[in-house]
Design a protein around this ligand. Sequence first.
Ligand code: FES
Length: 175
Amino acid sequence: MAQSAVLTDSGPKAGRNFSRVQEIIKDYGATESALIPILQKVQDEYRYLPEEILTFVATALDIPPATVYGVATFYAQFSLEPKGKHIIKCCDGTACHVRKNQTIINAIEQRLNLSDGRQTTDDHRFTFEIVSCIGACALAPAVVIDGRVYGQTTPERIVAAIDEIEEADKAEAAQ
Ligand code: FES
């Protein structure tokens, strides 16, 4: 087991809490078998897998960086790009498609000012993803926001939900 991989907050990405990564590795154990749970926890903390942290994890677990990258890129649950605080997923399966999910997609992209394939807002508050069938076809068209399913929904309802989330965030920040 490799010890003492040293990574400080004084590098090019100053401000990252690398001590938190060390705690996570300590909690799960610095072994290759703990790699996936470690990456899951890191992603929970950072909302994505920063490159320098992948390198750090590889060093700490004494495994090749390519192995860590291989796992991080193989599983759809992992993201190498920063994601927003809130994740919005709009289903684009057949049932949702025929029930005019495109109007919802358009409304979300317009509300979040996303264009040119961008998925995450500039303030990193929201990430919007178009996904395949989420298994709620009877509720088509369906959208999932932070794990909550909005079934038989409309562009207006989803935009209102986004407005509510944003207001709640602002109220929380003002406290
Ligand atoms: S097609 Fe949208 S939930 Fe199945």
